[in-house]
Ligand binder design. Structure first.
Ligand code: ADP
Length: 177
């Protein structure tokens, strides 16, 4: 467990669909109509209620976020955000990935949500190198806490040992600065 100002930061290894929190974040695609990876897992575990709302929303630009209820999941809401496909790093990927995290947190605040869980956005099929992506994730969350406060707990839910260890190293370093 880590703390930034008044916000608890947790690292969790495992499946985000099992997390009990106000909102889990989905690494969706622009259609919001479901896909593989974490997106597929969330729709499978959450059931058709989530997809029905996504269809009505009608899509989401890269870097933005949209919200639905969470169907059968133990969380209350799903915040769907779209990270960038990594194409070498010169195509605004860093800014877009930052926005995906930051805008998810802004939406949580608008809904008065206090706890949120993020997967590692864009680092699966979208190919963003985890070392770079984790820096951006941590920076966006830290900036949001410092600029807006208003969130009690942020979970980073990592699916692999390697991803978990990378986050652990970076957060340890940040706490010792
Ligand atoms: P993207 O298309 O944004 O790259 P992916 O779903 O392909 O999204 O991958 C994002 C990350 O989510 C990857 O690290 C992947 O291993 C991880 N992941 C896949 N399923 C789950 C799950 N059920 N819970 C948490 N993380 C998951």
């Amino acid at each position: 467990m880590y703390k930034i100002n008044e916000t608890i930061i947790n690292l969790i290894k495992g499946d985000i669909t099992k997390i009990e929190t106000d909102a889990i974040v989905n690494a969706a695609n622009n259609t919001l109509l479901g896909g593989g990876g974490v997106d597929g897992a969330i729709h499978r575990a959450g059931g058709p209620e989530i997809l029905d709302q996504c269809k009505k929303i009608g899509g989401c630009p890269t870097g933005e976020a949209r919200i639905t209820t969470a169907g059968n999941l133990p969380s209350n809401y799903v915040i769907h955000t779209v990270g960038p496909v990594y194409r070498g790093g010169d195509n605004r990927e860093a800014e877009l990935l930052y926005n995906a995290y930051y805008n998810s947190l802004k939406l949580a605040k608008e809904y008065n949500l206090k706890t949120i869980a993020f997967p590692s956005i864009s680092t699966g099929v979208y190919g963003y190198p985890i070392d770079k992506a984790s820096d951006i994730a941590i920076k966006a969350v830290t900036d949001f806490i410092e600029e807006k406060g208003s969130i009690d707990k942020v979970d980073f839910v990592l699916f692999s040992d390697n991803d978990y260890e990378i986050y652990e190293k970076k957060l340890n370093k940040l706490m010792n600065e």
